[in-house]
Write a protein that binds this ligand. Structure first.
Ligand code: S3P
Length: 166
């Protein structure tokens, strides 16, 4: 398969690692949140305000249907994407899934720096619950579990070694 999907919790490094991986492989790079914003002309905050989380998740699923048709592409997904069976089933059929496994504290440090994520506005305790409850969904579909607690270069190198060994 020539498409790689990066999943994991908010702040785990999906976009950073995705851009680097795509450059190393000569693949295109897309971020499903960026696709959503471009196609709807709304920010993620505005989508949640317009129709709540369900409106956002339906628009997100439409973007996932498009992403599932891409080839030679590294796709960074929003943190909720793989926790919905309709998205996970579609992507895992067409692409290799990499779960970016980063500690909660490291994710939280990133989340609390940026105020543009509606779900990221929850309390630390609520986010920790969400982190723990989502873990099994990320793991269920992962072809590779990629720890990202040291350097990004190191994580990219391990992903490339794995991909080239397939
Ligand atoms: C979400 C994560 C966000 C974005 C939206 C919902 C989530 O993406 O899709 O705010 O449910 O975890 P990132 O993981 O890229 O921050």
């Amino acid at each position: 398969m020539s498409t790689l999907v990066l999943c994991g919790f908010m702040g785990c490094g999906k976009s950073t690692l995705g851009r680097r991986l795509s450059a190393a492989l000569g693949y295109a790079f897309v971020d499903t949140d960026e696709m959503l914003v471009r196609q709807t002309g709304m920010s993620i905050k505005e989508m949640f305000a317009a129709g709540g989380e369900s409106y956002f998740r339906d628009r997100e699923h439409e973007v996932i249907q498009q992403a599932a048709r891409m080839t030679e592409t590294v796709i960074a997904t929003g943190g909720g994407v793989m926790t919905f069976e309709r998205n996970a089933a579609l992507l895992s059929e067409k692409a290799l899934i990499i779960y970016i496994d980063r500690s909660f504290d490291a994710c939280y440090a990133c989340i609390s720096k940026r105020k543009n994520r509606p779900i990221g506005q929850r309390s630390r305790a609520e986010l920790l619950d969400l982190y723990e409850s989502r873990r099994s969904a990320y793991m269920r579909y992962a072809d590779l579990i990629l720890p990202n607690n040291a350097s990004a270069d190191d994580a990219v190198q391990r992903a490339l070694t794995w991909f080239h060994s397939l």
